[in-house]
Every structure is written in structure tokens, then in C-alpha cells.
Design a protein around this ligand. Structure first.
Ligand code: ZN
Length: 755
């Protein structure tokens, strides 16, 4: 006689099979026919199983209906609601009858080693009622409220309604739960011995010191004695409980996760939330043996909880980073402030408002300096709505935003107002966007912050500051050009007249490139005018003009004015309209070198776009010297990147993306045992990201004869690209791949910025 069953092994495997004979809970092993090995009889030790689940409809025997219902949690975290029959303690485990009528099983045998926890199945309300904290009526009230609002922190509501501290509620849950858990707690010592991490003697020694009065956990003692590391302990425990062991350095928590737990709870439980949605939450703990953590989180968030293990150091530093850092860095920033060198250029006379609270002032100054010192390009201040909503501060560094501070909600309005005051904005106006600027001086350097405030939902006001520092221009050699591009670019910018365009999206470093060119050309025998918005880089010798479209001083106006002011070289920050483009081309045909930028994606597209904008193809073809398209990509950190020998397939993909013929023509490295690429690792210098700083990738189209002819003939973009590549142009992607092969970046970063 055989019976269909499902076996769940302690190592996580699950198997549908057939039991031979009837199940006897007193035996050590069972005989089964495993489904994948047909007709082959196998004997399985019960100690290797979590549970044996007998298939069949649940018919609950009448006598069981008055028994207690328990929730049994197996090692893999699955929970079963079962009736537990009386006199049901066997050598290897116990039996349970599923409560749910729809269960495919009618009987489950749980092994002692396969069970993580057993508890009487009751609600939070019942637990609190039993502890004498709240009455029936209060529980009903909460349940109604909970129905009304989903995703509500039920524990917090009970605490609030009954004026209990959250801690009291949590403690009640904890103590009641401990009382109700049967069975053995995990023997950490035994577990570590069987994992081969420690010897029995070491555990014995730790146990002795425990008895000598130290009320510490066995794991903690073993770590203190230097017998194991915290990582080893956690890995063993994580494996036992089927938890993931994670490195928090590699994980950026989601915004939803940061919002779901209160700071007090994070402190009390010593956990770090990582992911969350409406139904579940992933939280890191350094104590996998404490299952009350999962219960408390489940009650309080109304979500399914998945715990992962991480070291206590990492949890502490992550919670500091995402929840606390402000108070600490306030001090650090203060220190920086006291070292002086900072004056706010605008005079401030507000003293009657709490925006002038000295803590707020110092904090705001601190953020401004801290962001600049961290090479941030933008600061985002994002207040969350509600009385508890914090003010989140993010910095954009090397193109990506990162959360840097969470400011307590009490400060959020004052901080935003303080910034508006510094930028001379109307602080009473909170319903309309405003823009302004703040100028700081630090170490004789001028840093300008362009402020944009925007009203957001929930009666909040966001502020974004773009940091413009008066930096020195790069030399052409520092621009990251390939050798061929460097030679060609130097060649076209030293022509006496003509037009050179630098193109790409916002933030692709176009202005930086043009300033490098000007740096190269900046000699006393030439008059150089620039019109920019804003002036970000200043150079001695250039005559630089800040345009101001608000008062009608546009790029076009500036250009007309320059032409009357005896120029040799003119740089126009951006050709925003057709008219400006026309004048620029005419100027370049009448003996001036003109440099400008355009928001187009590629060099060939730029040529076609200008003709479409109404430029005369003949004039344009004559005037054009070259178009430089560029992107910025993150560079591998030089402190930690490591070389590796990739699979042939990786190499083949690079070659095919580059174009096989051109790859051979350009004599790039061929595949052999000595072919190496660089990969990111992560160290202290690069904040564990593996990337540090950015570099440009280029696509330089020069106006060769065939290109000029193609422009005059109105050829398509594809045609122009083909001719340009034949003439030696390398596309953004090809230049990027070249830089991957040279070990400056990786292919992911290249594909992020160009297809
Ligand atoms: Zn590094």
C-alpha cells in the first residue's frame, strides 16, 4: 500500500513521493518511492526532514476541534496552522492536522530539528488583552481603524490610543510569545560545533564563563574569546534558518523601506529595513535566533516579514547613514565651520524668525560645504509630508543621486526657509516656484549655488541647489581623448576660422570641453569673447559674459555685440534658436573661430538637424570644422579595480559591438591568454561602489571633403555616418569600447550612456 506524500528536507529540498506502508510517528526512518526514481525504494532518515506531509482532504476528527490551534514555523519560514492532538510527543517530532479545509494535506508530521518555532495562534490583540494592557472594546476600535486604513502600524495605534509607549507594547508581545513557544531554542553551540567552526572545548569554556556570572549569549562569548568571527557565526545561523546573509555595503535600501519603520523601532530592534512594498518588507538583523523580531515587525507593519542576516557593525553604520547621520555630521560640519574661511556674501538681516536659529544656520552652511567637498553637482532637499515626515537630503555625485541626510521633521520648514533667505527669496511665498542663488567663499574660492524651489504635495516645498564652482579648465590632454581624437581636435581648433560644435545632453560636459579648447587657444595675441549661462569656469585672459534672457540679454544679443567688438574667437554657450545659429555660421565665414554647443545626440545628427533648422547647406558645409559629440561615463576606481581574463564570448561581443572590420583596422588588442579587462571591486575611497570620478567618451566628426560634399548634397544621417566612419570617425559606442579595453571603465557604464 502506498500513500502520496510531500517531503520537505532540512536542506531546503522538497519532493513529492509515495510512502510505503503506513506512517508510524515512533520510527526513526521511513520507506518511500521518490517520484523521480520510479519504483525504487529509498529509506529516508526522519532527522533529515523538516516535515512529512500526508496528502488527502482534511477531515478534522471531532475530538480535535477543542484542541489548541498552533502555528508551526518550519526552517524555511513557512507557517502552518494546525490542530495539535494530545499525547503527541514522539521521539522524532509531533503530528499536526491542518486547520484549513482547503489544505491538500490531512496530516503533517513535524520533526524536532525541522521546526523553527511553535506558537499558539492568536492575534496581537489577544496577546495584549492577556497581558492586561487593553480591553476588548479597545481592540475592536483598533480593528475598525485598521480596516479603514490599510498598511497601518497597528502596534503604534494601540500604543497611542492607550498612551502606552511603543516599547511597552513590544515588550508585551515579546514576553507573551516567549511563554508560548514550546520546544528547544536553537543550540548555537551545537550548531557551530557541527558546522566545524568551533571545538567542543571552546564551547565548554564559553559556557563556563557564562555560568561564572556573565549573562551573555554563547555566540557573543565565542566571538569575544576570538574563537569565531561574527561573520562565521551569522553565516552558520543564516544557513540554519534559511536566511540570506547579505553585505549591506552593496545594498541601497529602497525609499519605501526607509519610510515603513519608525526610527524608535529601528533603534530598539537593531534592524535595518531594505525593501518594502504593500504586502512585505525585507529587514536585516544581526540576531537570527531572535524570532520575536520578525513578530514585532509583522504586527507593527502589517506586512509579511523576510529577515536577512548582516553583521551588527554594518547594521549600525547603515542605520546611521540613512536615519541618524545628521546629528553626528552636524558636529563634524560645525567643526568645519569653526575652522573659518566661510563668509556668506549676501547680507542677512532676519533675526526674528526661527530660520535664524543657530543650529539651522550652521546645518545649512554645513550641507552647502559638505556637498561641495564631496564633489556633488546638485543638492536635493525633499521634505516628506505629515508631522513625522523627515527632510531628506540627497547629493548627486558623478551623475547619481545618493541619500546623505535625514533631518528630523521639526527642522524641515526652517531649513528650507533658511536656504530661501540666503538666496534672497520671499520666504512667505510657498505656493509658487522661485529661483535664486547663494554665493559662498571658502579658502579664497567662490562657490555658487543656483537655487530652485518648487511647491510639492502635502503643502511642502522642495529645494534643489546646483553647485557651480569656479574651477580651472582642463587641458586638452586631461580630456580623456583617444590619441587619434586628440590630434584631430587640436588640429581643427587651431584653424583661423570656422565653426566647431560640441553636442550631447545636459550634463555631458560640453562646456568643459569647449573651455579646454579655449584654454589651448588663450594667448595674448587673440581676443576671445564668451557668452555663457551660467559662467561655470573662469579663465584669465578670456572676456566672459553672463547672459540674462530675463532682461532680454540673450545669446543672440551677446553674439551681435561681440561681432562689433573686434573678436578673434567667440564661444556661444548654446545655440538655442535658428537665428543664433545663422549668425554664428555667418561669423565663422567672415574670419572668426566660433565654438558652440547643441542638444543633439550624435555628430551626424547635428549636421542634419542644422540643415533642417534652415541653415544654408553650402554656407554650413564651408563653415564647419567639426562636431564633437560626447558623454560622461563613470570611471573604475583606480584604488581598487582588478584585472581579469574574460571568456572568449565577452571578447567576441565587444568586437561585434565595435564592428569587426574596424576593430581589426584600429589594431585593438586580440584575444589570448594575456587579454585582460578591468572590473570594479569597491574600497573605502570609492565608498564601496567601485567607481570614482567620470571620464568623457567622444565621437569626433571632422569636415573632410567627402563630408562637405555629402552636406551640400543633403545626404541622410545614416549616409553621413557611414562616410564619417570611413573617414576615421569612431562612434561614441566604439570610443567607449576602446576605453573598456584599456581598462578605464566597464561595458555597463558605456551602455548606460550610449546605445
Ligand atoms: Zn575603490
Amino acid at each position: 500500500m502506498t500513500q502520496p506524500i510531500t517531503l520537505k528536507f532540512t536542506d531546503g529540498r522538497k519532493n513529492d513521493s509515495f510512502l510505503i506502508g503506513t506512517f508510524n510517528p515512533g520510527e526513526d526512518r521511513i520507506d518511500v518511492i521518490l517520484s523521480e526514481k520510479e519504483n525504487k525504494r529509498t529509506t529516508i532518515e526522519l532527522k533529515d526532514l523538516c516535515c512529512v506531509m500526508m496528502k488527502g482532504k482534511t477531515e478534522i476528527p471531532r475530538e480535535l476541534k477543542h484542541e489548541e490551534i498552533e502555528e508551526v514555523e518550519t526552517l524555511d519560514g513557512e507557517r502552518y496552522q494546525v490542530f495539535i492532538p494530545k499525547n503527541n510527543v514522539h521521539k522524532r517530532g509531533f503530528l499536526g492536522v491542518p486547520v484549513k479545509k482547503s489544505s491538500p494535506y490531512n496530516l503533517i508530521f513535524f520533526t524536532i530539528g525541522g521546526v523553527r518555532a511553535r506558537r499558539r495562534d492568536r492575534s496581537l490583540g489577544e496577546i495584549l488583552k492577556e497581558s492586561g494592557y487593553v480591553s476588548d472594546a479597545e481592540i475592536d476600535k483598533v480593528l475598525i481603524e485598521q480596516k479603514r486604513l490599510r498598511n497601518l502600524r497597528i502596534g503604534e495605534i494601540i500604543a497611542e490610543n492607550n498612551r502606552l509607549s511603543q516599547e511597552t507594547v513590544d515588550n508585551a508581545i515579546q514576553s507573551v510569545m516567549k511563554k508560548n513557544i514550546h520546544g528547544k531554542q536553537v543550540r548555537v553551540g551545537e550548531l557551530l560545533i557541527s558546522a566545524g567552526l568551533v571545538t567542543r572545548e571552546q564551547v565548554q569554556r564559553a559556557l563556563e564563563s557564562q555560568e561564572a556570572g556573565k549573562k551573555k549569549r554563547i555566540g557573543t562569548l565565542l566571538i569575544e574569546n576570538g574563537d569565531i568571527t561574527e561573520e562565521q557565526l551569522l553565516m552558520a545561523l543564516a544557513a540554519k534558518f534559511r536566511m540570506k546573509f547579505v553585505n549591506l555595503m552593496d545594498i541601497v535600501p529602497s525609499q519605501a523601506a526607509l519610510n515603513v519603520l519608525s526610527l524608535a523601532m529601528i533603534d530598539r530592534l537593531q534592524v535595518m529595513p531594505l525593501e518594502a512594498d504593500d504586502k512585505s518588507i525585507v529587514v536585516a538583523t544581526s540576531d537570527p535566533t531572535d524570532h520575536t523580531i520578525s513578530e514585532i515587525l509583522r504586527f507593527n507593519t502589517n506586512r509579511k516579514v523576510e529577515l536577512v542576516a548582516a553583521t551588527s557593525d554594518q547594521i549600525t553604520s547603515a542605520t546611521e547613514k540613512y536615519f541618524h547621520r545628521v546629528e553626528e555630521s552636524m558636529d563634524e560640519l560645525l567643526e568645519g565651520m569653526n575652522q573659518g574661511h566661510i563668509d556668506i556674501e549676501e547680507d542677512l538681516e532676519d533675526s526674528q524668525i526661527n530660520e535664524s536659529d543657530s543650529q539651522v544656520i550652521k546645518f545649512v552652511n554645513g550641507i552647502l560645504i559638505n556637498a561641495y567637498q564631496n564633489r556633488a553637482s546638485d543638492i536635493h532637499l525633499e521634505p516628506r509630508s505629515g508631522a513625522r515626515g523627515t527632510l531628506q537630503v540627497r547629493y548627486r555625485i558623478d551623475g547619481d543621486c545618493r541619500i546623505e541626510h535625514q533631518i528630523p521633521s521639526a527642522f524641515k520648514r526652517a531649513v528650507i526657509s533658511r536656504i530661501k533667505i540666503m538666496a534672497n527669496l520671499d520666504i512667505a511665498e510657498r505656493r509658487k516656484p522661485q529661483s535664486g542663488k547663494i554665493v559662498l567663499r571658502m579658502d579664497r574660492k567662490k562657490i555658487e549655488y543656483r537655487l530652485e524651489t518648487t511647491p510639492t504635495v502635502g503643502d511642502q516645498e522642495d529645494a534643489v541647489l546646483r553647485i557651480l564652482s569656479s574651477s580651472r579648465p582642463f587641458t586638452l590632454n586631461e580630456m580623456g581623448f583617444s590619441n587619434k581624437n586628440l590630434t584631430k581636435f587640436r588640429d581643427i581648433i587651431t584653424k583661423p576660422y570656422g565653426i566647431i560644435l560640441c553636442v550631447g545632453p545636459t550634463g555631458s560636459g560640453k562646456t568643459t570641453s569647449l573651455h579646454s579648447a579655449l584654454h589651448h587657444l588663450n594667448k595674448p595675441d587673440r581676443k576671445i569673447w564668451t557668452a555663457e549661462d551660467p559662467v561655470e569656469i573662469t579663465q584669465e585672459g578670456l572676456r566672459q559674459v553672463q547672459v540674462n534672457p530675463k532682461i532680454g540679454f540673450s545669446f543672440q544679443e551677446a553674439l551681435r555685440s561681440f561681432l562689433r567688438a573686434d573678436p578673434d574667437i567667440i564661444m556661444i554657450g548654446e545655440m538655442r534658436d535658428e537665428e543664433t545659429a545663422k549668425i554664428a555660421i555667418e561669423a565663422s565665414l567672415t574670419g572668426h573661430l566660433v565654438l558652440s554647443t547643441l542638444h543633439t545626440n550624435s555628430a551626424p545628427e547635428t549636421v542634419v538637424r542644422l540643415i533642417e533648422m534652415g541653415m544654408d547647406p553650402y554656407n554650413f558645409a564651408d563653415a564647419l570644422l567639426g562636431v564633437l559629440a560626447q558623454r560622461l561615463t563613470r570611471k573604475l576606481c583606480n584604488h581598487c579595480k582588478e584585472s581579469y581574463h574574460p571568456e572568449k564570448q565577452v571578447y567576441d561581443e565587444l568586437v561585434s559591438a565595435y564592428g569587426e572590420e574596424n576593430y581589426a583596422n584600429d589594431e585593438l588588442k586580440t584575444y589570448s591568454e594575456n587579454f585582460f579587462l578591468m572590473k570594479r571591486m569597491g574600497c573605502k575611497t570609492c565608498d564601496k561602489t567601485g567607481y570614482l570620478g567620470r571620464m568623457a567618451i567622444h565621437e569626433l566628426l571632422t569636415a573632410t571633403e567627402p563630408i562637405k560634399v555629402a552636406i551640400k548634397q543633403g545626404k541622410s544621417m545614416e549616409k553621413i555616418r557611414t562616410i564619417a566612419i570611413e573617414d576615421g570617425m569612431r562612434t561614441l559606442r566604439m570610443d567607449g569600447i576602446h576605453k573598456v579595453i584599456e581598462g578605464h571603465t566597464d561595458i555597463d557604464q558605456v551602455y548606460r550612456v550610449c546605445v
